[in-house]
Design a protein around this ligand. Structure first.
Ligand code: HEC
Ligand code: HEC
Length: 341
């Protein structure tokens, strides 16, 4: 790999560690040894940051958002809901290569997880939505996803007595597109999944096994954390797929518009094939992998990352060890995530 590209990776790593060091704050000078002992020994120097155990959300809006998220009323022909492509039984994603919208139409790209998505710096593979509320407006009106339009959806919600009453109670202006997407975003913000690995980061050395610790060490050693770091083990930057070797030339299938990634938004040629680095939380639950859904297993995906992102052929032992670590990132959904019935 060229020096320039290494510099990029190293820069990214420095940027990330730079952030983690600021937070949590360094112990105060006057702190006694006894207090310092109780501090999480690892958290301050690790590239991955623990998820909070809870988030500050308005639970009434969360419950409304949960209903909307599961309701096919938001689609043009009443057959598709958000949960169709972001299933809570599949880690917030779906077990398909690319997603399937109304009237069986096949989309161009793999559906990412909605879990912990509030911690991504932007939404979508190409970052075209700045936050969850802006994101939620997209699929409803997308002709091959939910194929509705918001005027029609707002009218349907107004005509539904239960929805109309709930919106009226929670929002001064009742049912509007902005309020519906606000409630959906509030629900998504609440979908955080603390894992055993977070317990480890917070100082519980026994929360993960020795094999998982070894895998984490390998993950750091080979350079994965240059891109996959922060609270979401990803979601903090755009990076080129095929940073050190041309992934698309060797993939063996035709280049699609979706493969252009960030370029589709910025039209900047230097950003061709750049994608938001995806979160690796719950990655065990969300095959197939990559934006093109081309990889069925975590093992093959990790190997590809070594080859195309780091310029190194990982051994099977390294790959398996990293995969063992990645599985410790599988967390638990909050109790309210699924509707009661
Ligand atoms: C037909 C399948 C489908 C439906 C229905 C759907 N999505 Fe998605 N969703 C996708 C796909 C595919 C992407 C990735 C698209 C892209 O990045 O270009 C995506 C991206 C997202 C993301 C961005 C996650 C990230 O890390 O960037 C969020 C959040 C999300 N969807 C939430 C929702 C919500 C909320 C709804 C309902 C209002 C919904 N989706 C409906 C398929 C779907
Ligand atoms: C230079 C930045 C970079 C480095 C280094 C890197 N990745 Fe990635 N990773 C990405 C990007 C960008 C994607 C999305 C690529 C795509 O979908 O085409 C990705 C995708 C993934 C995925 C699939 C996620 C999903 O939801 O489909 C896994 C798993 C993964 N990386 C693991 C690793 C591991 C393990 C390492 C170290 C061996 C690593 N990555 C190193 C940038 C990087």
């Amino acid at each position: 790999m060229s020096e320039m590209k290494w510099a990029l990776v190293i820069l990214a790593a420095v940027a990330v560690t730079g952030c983690t060091k600021k937070n949590p704050p360094a112990p105060a000078a006057e702190q006694t040894d006894a207090v310092q002992e109780q501090k999480p020994a690892v958290a301050a120097v690790e590239p991955i940051l623990p998820l909070p155990s809870s988030v500050d959300v308005d639970m009434d809006k969360v419950i409304l958002g949960r209903s909307l998220y599961h309701d096919t009323m938001l689609s043009g022909d009443g057959t598709v809901a958000c949960v169709t492509c972001h299933s809570l039984d599949h880690g917030g994603a779906e077990p398909r290569k690319t997603s399937k919208g109304i009237r069986g139409q096949i989309g161009p790209i793999n559906s990412p997880t909605v879990l912990n998505s509030g911690y991504n710096f932007v939404q979508f593979w190409d970052g075209r939505a700045k936050d969850l509320q802006e994101q939620a407006a997209g699929p409803v009106a997308n002709p091959i996803e939910m194929g509705a339009n918001w005027d029609e959806v707002v009218e349907r919600l107004e005509q539904n007595k239960e929805y109309a009453a709930t919106f009226a109670k929670l929002y001064d202006d009742g049912v509007t597109q902005a309020n519906a997407t606000d409630a959906i975003a509030e629900y998504e913000k609440s979908l955080i999944t603390p894992s055993r690995f977070d317990k480890f980061l917070l100082g519980d050395q026994d929360a993960i096994t020795d094999a998982e610790k070894k895998g984490y060490a390998t993950f750091k050693e080979v350079g994965c954390t240059a891109c996959h770091a922060g609270i979401n083990v990803g979601g903090t930057m755009f990076q080129k797929m095929g940073l050190v070797k041309d992934y698309f030339a060797e993939r063996g299938t035709q280049l699609t518009d979706a493969d252009l990634g960030r370029f589709n938004v910025s039209k900047n040629a230097a950003e061709k094939h750049f994608f938001k680095v995806p979160s690796l939380r719950n990655i065990e639950l969300t095959p197939p992998y990559l934006h093109d859904g081309s990889q069925e297993t975590l093992e093959s995906t990790v190997k590809i990352m070594g080859t195309y992102q780091l310029g190194r052929e990982l051994t099977d032992a390294q790959v398996n060890s990293i995969v063992t670590f990645l599985k410790s990132l599988t967390g638990e959904l909050p109790a309210h995530a699924k509707p009661a019935s």
